[in-house]
Design a protein around this ligand. Structure first.
Ligand code: ADP
Ligand code: MG
Length: 261
């Protein structure tokens, strides 16, 4: 096993956006998707990004995720200045420091959970991983799917598929977990179940940034950042943070009451 995710000895924020502008040009049309965004995220934070459709949430996540680069302004990820890196360097940075979770799970079909979770380690060009099968199995056990490793996505529920996707995202021990609408395709019970897993992983030290348009989901985060028209218009700590495990327990007892009522 490699050492835990390398952090610069000096510490410092994991995410630092400074006056980031993102301009898309389509023909003669220009869209300013980010209009000078400053954002600092410290290690151990759990941030919910909110805002109406088109406000720039996905654009910001793509930049934080090194899938796209700013038109102007600077971005430093875990001590590494991202501006000016080549495509290959960006890919390596993603593989080493970031884990991604998507609304639609994005698992490979007809491929077992274990094979899906092993994949990011096989893609690591730095060759950091040796015992990839055992490491993938440990990640699946960590998300509560130790007994489902040989199942393909079609044999799993939506919540289980998202757990496999989360195992795939954390298997490389990323510094930051990025999730764009991770509960958008899940029913309310499964949503709370997935949020309880995010809270557990965050307790264990991983920094989490998630996009959601559901206020209930944002209440599980520690901080809410709201965007409008490419700008951050609100950035507040969550006053009455919800505990997903406790909410799950009360949902189960409500269900039990409904049965006897
Ligand atoms: N690849 C792109 N090309 C052109 N315009 C884009 C592109 N991606 C996003 N936009 C525009 O940028 C703005 C912000 O989009 P987006 O970041 O997807 O918002 P959100 O995720 O909050 O719905 C929108 O006006 C959208 O149409
Ligand atoms: Mg979006």
């Amino acid at each position: 096993m490699p050492a835990a995710t390398a952090r610069p000895a000096a510490g410092g924020p994991v995410i630092s956006l400074d006056k980031v502008v993102k301009r898309y040009t389509m023909g003669t049309n220009e869209v300013l998707a980010m209009r000078g965004v400053d954002l600092i995220v410290e290690p151990g934070e759990m941030v919910a990004i909110m805002g109406a459709s088109g406000s720039g949430k996905s654009t910001m996540m793509n930049i934080i995720g090194c899938l796209d680069t700013p038109t102007s302004g600077s971005y430093v990820l875990d001590g590494v200045p991202v501006n000016g890196l080549s495509r290959n360097q960006l890919a390596d940075l993603r593989n080493q420091k970031l884990g991604f979770v998507f609304q639609g799970f994005n698992l490979l079909p007809r491929t077992t959970a274990l094979d899906n979770v092993e994949l990011p380690m096989l893609y690591d060009r730095a060759g950091r991983w040796t015992d990839t099968r055992a490491t993938a199995a440990a990640a699946l056990t960590r998300v509560g799917l130790g007994a489902r490793m040989d199942h393909e996505p079609s044999e799993l529920s939506g919540g289980q598929q998202q757990r496999v996707a989360i195992a795939r995202a954390i298997v490389t021990q990323p510094t930051v977990l990025l999730a764009d609408e991770p509960t958008g395709n899940l029913d309310s019970h499964t949503t709370v179940d997935v949020m309880s897993l995010f809270q557990e992983l965050n307790e264990q030290g991983i920094t989490i940034i998630l996009v959601t348009h559901e206020p209930d989901v944002a209440q599980y985060a520690k901080r809410i950042v709201e965007m409008r028209d490419g700008r951050i218009i609100r950035d507040v700590p969550v006053a009455d943070r919800h505990n997903a495990k406790a909410d799950l327990a009360s949902m189960v007892s409500d269900d039990a009451l409904a049965v006897v009522a």
